[in-house]
Design a protein around this ligand. Structure first.
Ligand code: FPP
Length: 244
């Protein structure tokens, strides 16, 4: 509906907090890992939808720094699912022009997981259609803390003075430095919070919440979020809609 008119309102960068895998499984009398397996299917659908709608960056909150506190079997299961998905999906990602990146603190991962991270990033490096960013071992406060530590180190080494610290320098020092700020952040699963996700980058993001559990998320759900976004009036703190 009114799709053509809204073309200029397609968000460049959509970020998603994929919530509800556990509840989806529970509702079906299954174990939580089954929800994550179904979650991978939803990742596939969301990526396809993003490509079809012309989105250029899709960031998925896949594993937060807090998620290490979940039962070991669940954590191991998600890591294993990631490794297996890399093997299974890389050919299709390449064929679709997807450049996959991982954003987060890589020191937290096992050697094996880091191997698969390197593998998916290097094999898809030429993708030009969309950048798919998996936020893994990511949390915003951790990212900011690491960034401030790096900048402080540069000051103590003499390569930076405190007056050089600007919002731009901070943006350009975050894990997300290569990517534009998200225009739209979607959270599934019915909760209304950001849960330590892209707090700095979300300064002017539009937020969209849906009760849909992540494994049920599909192209239609994605389109509904884009339609809500197209109806928003983004002012960036100004009084009129910017002309950009
Ligand atoms: C939230 O559901 C989901 C996660 C913490 C993990 C996200 C993981 C996937 C979508 C699958 C793995 C994907 C890849 C690409 C390897 P939840 O478990 O917090 O659900 P709940 O709130 O219902 O318990």
């Amino acid at each position: 509906m009114a799709h053509k008119n809204q073309e200029h309102k397609i968000p460049t960068h959509v970020a998603i907090i994929m919530d509800g895998n556990g509840r989806w499984a529970q509702q079906r009398g299954k174990e939580r890992p089954e929800g994550h397996i179904a979650g991978v299917e939803a990742v596939r659908r969301a990526l396809k939808a993003a490509v079809a709608e012309g989105v250029k960056y899709l960031t998925l909150y896949t594993f937060s720094t807090e998620n290490w506190g979940r039962p070991k079997e669940e954590v191991d299961g998600i890591m294993e699912l990631f490794c297996r998905s890399v093997v299974a999906e890389t050919p299709e990602l390449k064929a679709q022009g997807v450049r996959a990146r991982i954003m987060g603190d890589r020191r937290g991962f096992s050697e094996k997981v880091n191997h698969y991270i390197d593998r998916i990033e290097s094999e898809t490096a030429e993708g030009e259609r969309i950048t798919l960013i998996f936020a893994m071992n990511y949390s915003s406060r951790h990212e900011l803390t690491e960034t401030f530590r790096t900048l402080a180190k540069r000051i103590s080494e003499g390569s930076l003075v405190s007056e050089d610290i600007t919002t731009e320098l901070i943006s350009n020092s975050l894990y997300s430095r290569e990517y534009p700020d998200p225009d739209l952040i979607i959270r599934t699963g019915g909760e209304y919070r950001l849960s330590n996700f892209l707090l700095w980058q979300a300064a002017y993001s539009e937020l969209y919440f849906t009760p849909t559990l992540w494994p049920d998320f599909n192209h239609e759900s994605f389109r509904e979020a884009l339609e809500a976004y197209a109806g928003r009036n983004r002012r960036f703190g100004l009084v009129e809609e910017p002309t950009k």
